[in-house]
Design a protein around this ligand. Structure first.
Ligand SMILES: CC(C)(COP(=O)(O)OP(=O)(O)OC[C@H]1O[C@@H](n2cnc3c(N)ncnc32)[C@H](O)[C@@H]1OP(=O)(O)O)[C@@H](O)C(=O)NCCC(=O)NCCS
Length: 175
């Protein structure tokens, strides 16, 4: 499965990505904006574990590498909820720092949302952004997500308690 846009390709993580993944993901600025299950420091062993998880995941795929200029530059995923929320998924994404500021995350979120609605049958895609993460907030707004609320003191990250901002896009909403 490959999803192509003018600037990037979403494609499965591969064993050949292990070294580059360990290099670009090992960045405290990335970790500071993601859940703690994203490791820091990010070692080669962490990269191997992640790629094994992706290889074992059932189809259709929900996690992709973001490939830019022929190499893995970051990751994006849709994690479906369960039970009555099973047509909702949480979107998560990150890019290696050399790739920031070129509109790539926005482009990836737009095509991933389309994939989620059209191929995974989702009705709703949501994201929880830490309140200090203005770059990610911009990405979501540019990708057509609406602000739904501030979840006060929902986050403990890096020893600090903070708010999370809830953004969502539902099926058939235009970007
Ligand atoms: C968030 C992240 C994915 C953005 O990637 P990107 O490819 O640089 O994003 P884009 O270029 O598509 O858009 C970024 C927007 O944020 C803006 N921005 C960047 N840094 C900013 C800051 N400190 N304050 C306010 N706006 C900022 C940019 O100007 C741009 O908006 P514009 O197009 O209106 O000018 C990247 O910074 C990252 O990987 N961060 C760490 C992990 C993370 O935060 N993941 C998301 C968790 S919810």
């Amino acid at each position: 499965m490959r999803i192509e846009t003018p600037s990037l390709t979403l494609r499965p993580w591969e064993r050949g990505d292990i070294d580059v993944l360990a290099e670009i993901a090992n960045d405290r600025r990335i970790w500071a904006n993601l859940r703690d299950r994203f490791p820091h420091p990010y070692t080669r062993a962490d990269a191997e574990v992640w790629i094994e998880i992706c290889e074992r995941a059932p189809a259709p795929p929900c996690a992709f590498a973001i490939e830019v200029e022929g190499r893995a530059a970051g990751g994006i995923s849709l994690e479906p909820f369960d039970d009555v929320h099973r047509r909702t998924a949480e979107i998560g994404y990150w890019l290696g720092a050399p790739f920031w500021g070129r509109g790539l995350a926005t482009e990836a979120v737009v095509v991933m949302a389309r994939y989620g609605f059209e191929r995974l049958g989702l009705e709703r895609i949501q994201a929880q952004v830490f309140s200090w993460n203005e770059a990610s907030t911009r990405v979501l707004v540019k990708a057509g997500f609406a602000f739904e609320g501030r979840m006060r003191r929902h986050v403990v990250k890096d020893g600090k308690v903070g708010d999370a901002l809830l953004y969502a896009r539902v099926r058939d909403e235009a970007v």
